[in-house]
Design a protein around this ligand. Structure first.
Ligand code: DGL
Length: 273
């Protein structure tokens, strides 16, 4: 059986790449709902319905474990799917927000994410839960929605001069809300592609002490730990080292755009959800 990796679009490829670097032996199935992306500003009901359709598809294709490599889907759909829609004896579905939060140890935390993730308050709730568990007092959490970043990245404009305007806009707004930020969570799977611009902005503003939290390595390590803890699941996963790519868009469009996110060429298959 395979490990499924789901994203609304291409951003989950940044997570998949890190997972495959750390755990190359397994067989993977990536599903991008590119025809209906972005999810970021959609309602709870729509994100839940779309994500559940994708989960069902990956299950039917033989996945025993599915990673929602999309913060918006993790924020809005994961809990409902875990509680109401799957039989854990046959399928496990994991998200990316909890492992990300577990890797944070600052006291003034900024969260950059889509509107949907910000509105869900998932990062705030998970961070507060973690501090309570660790008896670590409180910290300040400040969120910033960045609605223009995903379209900039998906259109391949993220390293253009034009992107500077929106990088400056959202980071300035965030720092105005909390000038003492020491940690910056990139709470959207697309945002690592903007990292050169984000780092340049941080340097230019004398903020080198700020720790930037990227999800790829964190989610990969968390999956590795999960498989060590859940031998019953690990035992049924096939080990052919393969990866197939499914998309709700036209396959050739996916193959072309995936090049922005991955260094290797891919050959995707079109599916209807
Ligand atoms: N991949 C999504 C996330 O991590 C962002 C893209 C979208 O809005 O669909 O939140």
């Amino acid at each position: 059986m395979k490990i499924g990796v789901f994203d609304s679009g291409y951003g989950g490829l940044t997570i998949l790449e890190k997972i495959r670097q750390l755990l190359p032996v397994y067989d993977y199935l990536y599903l991008g709902d590119n025809a209906r992306a972005p999810y970021g500003s959609r309602s709870f009901e729509v994100i839940y319905r779309y994500t559940l359709q994708a989960v069902r598809h990956l299950e039917a294709e033989g996945c025993r474990l599915i990673i929602l490599a999309c913060n918006t889907a993790s924020a809005k759909a994961l809990r409902s799917i875990q509680q109401h829609d799957i039989d854990p004896a046959r399928l496990r579905v994991l998200g990316v927000i909890r492992p990300t939060v577990e890797a944070v140890n600052g006291h003034h935390i900024g969260v950059l994410a889509t509107q949907g993730t910000v509105q869900s308050q998932s990062y705030v709730l998970e961070l507060e839960k973690q501090w309570q568990k660790a008896n670590a007092g409180t910290a300040m959490i400040t969120q910033q929605a960045c609605p223009m970043w995903v379209p900039l990245i998906e259109s391949g404009e993220h390293l253009s001069d034009g992107a500077d305007y929106f990088v400056d806009k959202y980071l300035s707004e965030l720092w105005q809300k909390d000038p003492l930020l020491d940690t910056l969570i990139l709470g959207c799977t697309h945002y690592p592609l903007l990292l050169p611009k984000i780092e340049a902005w941080i340097r230019a503003h004398g903020l080198r002490h700020v720790q930037i939290v990227e999800q790829g390595d964190i989610v990969a390590q968390s999956l590795k730990d999960y498989l060590l803890r859940h031998r019953d699941i690990d035992d049924v996963l096939s080990r052919g080292g393969t990866c197939r790519y499914l998309t709700s868009e036209q396959a050739d469009k996916f193959n072309q755009s995936a090049g922005i996110f991955l260094n290797t060429p891919v050959s995707a298959e079109h599916i209807e959800l």
